[in-house]
Design a protein around this ligand. Structure first.
Ligand SMILES: [Ca+2]
Ligand SMILES: [Ca+2]
Ligand SMILES: [Ca+2]
Length: 156
């Protein structure tokens, strides 16, 4: 008989603590930064940003709410892993500033994720000197100061 009321009390307290979801999720930092090569494959994970929550029972879901121009990135809702979801091009856009939301179904919090796109040598040279031009330039190297001087004198 003595142990019965104690058990009931213990149970009640445990349930009470576990069921409460009264704290919002939060990020450790207001800004996260990462780099990604412009030619990186689709699905490649750039970085994983996780939020914390004081409530053990809170299941956090992640979402990119703004700054995701052209759908270049996506986030795995359950893990916070941000991955490449579209074509990147350093020559078009070098920097993305994503707003990442973490929600525990009741409350939300936000952080900023800046992703720098790194240049990769993915473009052919726009102008390639024909061989004969290169040869002339090399030969002219020794005479070049003289030629320039002559031209200036003539003009003056
Ligand atoms: Ca919570
Ligand atoms: Ca490019
Ligand atoms: Ca490039």
């Amino acid at each position: 008989m003595n142990s019965s009321p104690l058990k009931i009390v213990t149970k009640f307290i445990r349930i009470g603590i576990a069921d409460k979801n009264d704290n919002p999720p939060y990020f450790d930092k207001a800004l996260y930064e990462a780099e990604v090569d412009e030619n990186e494959d689709i699905q490649h994970t750039v970085l994983t940003v996780t939020a914390k929550d004081h409530d053990e029972s809170s299941r956090i879901r992640y979402e990119i709410t703004s700054g995701n121009i052209g759908g270049a990135f996506a986030v795995k809702n359950m893990t916070g892993a941000i991955y490449v979801a579209g074509a990147l091009d350093y020559e078009t856009r070098k920097r993305y500033e994503l707003r990442l939301a973490a929600s525990d179904n009741l409350k939300e919090n936000y952080t900023t994720v800046v992703i720098h796109v790194k240049d990769v040598n993915d473009n052919p040279p726009v102008f390639e000197r024909p061989t004969y031009r290169t040869q002339i330039t090399e030969e002219d190297d020794r005479n070049l100061p003289k030629s320039v001087l002559r031209a200036s004198v003539l003009r003056a």
